[in-house]
Structures are given as structure tokens and as C-alpha cells.
Design a binder for this molecule. Structure first.
Ligand SMILES: CC(C)(COP(=O)(O)OP(=O)(O)OC[C@H]1O[C@@H](n2cnc3c(N)ncnc32)[C@H](O)[C@@H]1OP(=O)(O)O)[C@@H](O)C(=O)NCCC(=O)NCCS
Length: 140
């Protein structure tokens, strides 16, 4: 049977043993050939969204340093803007002086989010996403 939306199989392992599910995801891990960290944003018992910081860029710089999403019921309430603001401080602490973000040209929501941060556009990546640099020294 076909289901719309994302594969939710991961929820099964999370619900069977949530503590070890979290344990495996905390801290610096390696993916895409680079070290990265995953952050979950919550409000009380509710999951709002996630943000990933790659500590270094992949060879093709494709995904940039930062990626994020906010789940549907929590969108358009300023959460992504707040998440990005707080994570730019972490980037600065990691000595990422300029953070690279890549955004699809038709992703109006994400374009609004990144443009709040005095971004410097820098062409497009191999997928046609617009590359933006954000100076993290101003993050607070
Ligand atoms: C992009 C995304 C993270 C934005 O999250 P959010 O919490 O809704 O963002 P904010 O509430 O901080 O909104 C930021 C701005 O985008 C605008 N916006 C939000 N959704 C929008 C939409 N569907 N169309 C147009 N503008 C939109 C908001 O109005 C706001 O702008 P404003 O304050 O100038 O009005 C969310 O839509 C999402 O998870 N999308 C799918 C994953 C994704 O695209 N991730 C980013 C990849 S680069």
C-alpha cells in the first residue's frame, strides 16, 4: 500500500527504546564524509524541527554548513528564524567564521529565513540551489 509523506519506519526504533535512539544521535558524528551535529528543537513534549551543522564543507560544498526543517504545524511562527539565529552562535564557537547555506530558488520560506542574516549570495551549486554566506561574527 502506498502512503503519502516520509517513511516513518524510524519511529518504530525510536518508540521501542527512545534513550538509545537519542544516544546514537547525540554529539559529533560523521556523514557525507564530514563531521556534523544534529539538533532537535522541542516545545515541552512537541517536536518542532531539526537543524544540522556540518563542521566542514563536503568536497562539492553541496549542502553547505547548515540545513534545517520545521514540521508543518509549527511553520510560519518564526521557529526556523530562531533556530538559525541560535545555531549561528554555535558555528562561531566552532570557528566557522562564514557559514554557507544553500537554498532552492523556489523555497520562499527558507529564502526569507536566511535573508534575515545579512547574507552574501555566491552563485548556485550543482543542484541549482542559491549559495549564501552568513558572517557568524555578528551572531548573538
Ligand atoms: C523553510 C522552513 C524551515 C521555514 O520554517 P518556518 O519556521 O516556517 O520559518 P519562519 O516562521 O521563521 O518564517 C520565515 C519566513 O518565511 C515565510 N514563509 C513561511 N512559509 C512560507 C511559505 N510557504 N511561502 C512563503 N513564505 C513563507 C514566513 O512568512 C516568514 O517570513 P516573514 O517573517 O517575512 O513573513 C520550513 O518551511 C520547512 O521546514 N520547509 C521544508 C524544509 C526546508 O525547506 N528546509 C530548508 C532547506 S534550505
Amino acid at each position: 500500500m502506498l502512503h503519502r509523506g516520509s517513511n516513518t519506519e524510524w519511529l518504530r526504533s525510536a518508540s521501542l527504546d527512545f534513550n538509545s535512539y537519542v544516544e546514537k544521535r547525540v554529539g559529533v558524528r560523521e556523514r557525507w564524509g564530514v563531521p556534523f551535529e544534529l539538533f532537535w528543537f522541542t516545545s515541552h513534549e512537541y517536536y518542532i524541527g531539526s537543524l544540522v551543522i556540518r563542521h566542514s564543507l563536503t568536497d562539492d560544498e553541496g549542502g553547505g554548513h547548515i540545513g534545517y526543517h520545521v514540521v508543518y504545524p509549527w511553520q510560519r511562527q518564526g521557529h526556523a528564524s530562531q533556530m538559525l539565529r541560535s545555531e549561528l552562535v554555535k558555528c562561531r564557537a566552532l570557528a566557522i567564521d562564514r557559514a554557507l547555506l544553500s537554498v532552492a530558488p523556489d523555497n520562499l520560506a527558507s529564502l526569507s529565513v536566511v535573508r534575515r542574516h545579512g547574507v552574501v549570495p555566491d552563485g548556485t551549486n550543482h543542484e541549482g540551489d542559491i549559495r549564501f554566506w552568513i558572517d557568524t561574527s555578528a551572531a548573538d
